[in-house]
Design a protein around this ligand. Structure first.
Ligand SMILES: Cc1ncc(COP(=O)(O)O)c(C=O)c1O
Length: 460
């Protein structure tokens, strides 16, 4: 049966075609019954082959998607992580330096609290912005650890810190607004800013300052279009930590920019290896605190990435707007995950200290080993759990004939040929670098380094 003969039937049944085409595997065969004018799957086959679900290869293209999503780049770190996991599933031994999540299990007392909540039937909707217990625990944490005084109405619990950030950009930005974003930056910021119709203004971190920005740069970048300044310290991907003095200098500039909101992403606050305590920007200036929203979460600090729990704290009007947005989208974060969150914040923090001690050892091992690779520069990061070596010295060289001309090309070769997953610096706006997470066990770290050494020896 020829394609042309089938077209009228399928056009009539386009709604069914759409449903069926999503359910089909590439290469599936579809049979059309002309007599009943229905489309059905049968063992007997015709010559319609389903190649994939992309609009261009379908015989009858789908209607267009909204621009805001069709132009959206998927998270490169998550894509790489799932590729590495897929290779592992196929039996390939991959050393995964790509993941942005602690390899530790969630501490038992947190899991037990969530299980108890489930057993007690805590399985219904909660207040949209989080349970009173969790909000109270967050307020107490922010007061005790960060010197920030918030009432529960100034806190919203979200489905991960990523969700809090997404909602904040939606609430704070109009199309045409600018968001100042220090580079290198975490992968999701740029897309989230663009999704809100705003424009990221990239402020390159200075190599002589460990890829941090300084006050003079910030002063120059701020204009009347600036709606948000976004700070992430400790930083993903560099691990850079802004000192109190550096933050104070930024705060002095920001105090003069009265139409600019400040968002500080403090999700790595527990992972600092300098011995200095974490400093939260709004704690330095009450004037600034009125315009600052602090974002934090449970994923990194308590190894709770899969629980999807985060929060934002700031001016009540902003938090109310975020809560309203949440009420029309996700509703509350998962009820029993919130019970786990209460236990995490109110229980012993010894689990966090133990994890940080492990990360410090791994950081030292990984950084020392990376520095032995020819052409690789890697100052020890002060925080988070990533090494961010500069590898651009090997650009222009070849590995078994393959040209290494970018961090993406190098990462691809490392994954495909050395079975080592790393994230290209280009994902963070810094093509000269790679990001390696040391949130992975010692044996994998050692094996990963062995493979990197072998790979580097074979660079021509
Ligand atoms: C800098 C930064 N902010 C926010 C997040 C989001 O964390 P989550 O949504 O898991 O709470 C991440 C996760 O990798 C991150 O690295």
């Amino acid at each position: 049966m020829g394609m042309a003969a089938l077209e009228p039937t399928l056009i009539v049944r386009a709604d069914i075609w759409r449903l069926v085409s999503f359910a089909l595997e590439p290469g599936s065969r579809v049979s059309v019954s002309q007599s009943t004018q229905t489309l059905c799957l049968q063992e007997a086959t015709t010559d319609i082959m389903v190649n994939d679900n992309s609009a261009s290869s379908q015989p009858w293209p789908l209607p267009p998607l909204a621009k805001r999503t069709s132009q959206l780049a998927p998270s490169p770190t998550l894509a790489l992580d799932s590729l590495a996991k897929e290779m592992k599933r196929k039996g390939i031994s991959v050393v995964n330096f790509g993941a942005g999540e602690p390899d530790f299990d969630t501490p038992a007392f947190i899991k037990e609290a969530a299980c108890r909540a489930l057993d007690a039937g805590f399985t219904k909707y909660t207040a949209v912005g989080g349970t009173p217990e969790l909000k109270a625990a967050i307020c107490q944490k922010l007061r005790q650890e960060n010197g920030l005084d918030y009432s529960p109405s100034q806190v919203v619990v979200t489905v991960g810190a990523k969700h809090a950030l997404y909602e904040l950009f939606q609430v704070l930005c109009e199309p045409g607004d600018e968001v100042i974003l220090p580079v290198p930056y975490w992968v999701s910021y740029e897309e989230q800013i663009r999704l809100a119709g705003a424009t990221p203004v990239f402020l390159p971190g200075l190599p002589e300052r460990g890829l941090k920005i300084d006050a003079a740069q910030l002063r120059t970048a701020i204009s009347e279009r600036t709606r948000v300044f976004l700070l992430n310290s400790p930083n993903n991907p560099t691990g850079a930590v802004y000192s109190r003095a550096e933050l104070q200098q930024l705060a002095d500039v920001l105090e003069g920019a009265s139409r600019c909101w400040i968002v500080t992403d403090e999700i790595y606050e527990s992972f600092i290896y300098t011995g200095e305590p974490h400093v939260s920007l709004p704690s330095l200036s009450p004037a600034l605190a009125r315009r600052t929203i602090v974002v934090n979460g449970f994923s990194k600090r308590y190894a709770m990435t899969g629980w999807r729990l985060g929060y934002a704290a700031g001016p009540q009007a902003v938090i109310q707007a975020v809560t309203n947005l949440q009420s029309q989208s996700t509703s509350n974060p998962t009820s029993f995950a919130q019970a786990g969150g209460v236990a995490a914040l109110t229980g012993s923090q010894e689990c966090v200290h133990q994890m940080v001690a492990q990360f410090r050892k791994r950081r030292d091992y990984l950084v020392d080993a990376l520095r032995t690779l020819p052409g690789v520069a890697c100052p020890p990061p002060d925080g988070a759990f990533y090494a961010f070596p500069q590898v651009s010295a090997v650009f222009g060289h070849r590995w078994h004939g393959h040209l290494i001309d970018s961090s993406a090309a190098l990462s691809r070769l490392l994954l495909e040929e050395a079975h080592v997953a790393v994230v290209p610096g280009s994902a963070f706006g810094a093509d000269q670098h790679l990001r390696l997470s040391y949130a992975t066990d010692e044996a994998s770290l050692e094996e990963g380094i062995r493979r990197l050494r072998r790979f580097w020896q074979e660079i021509e």
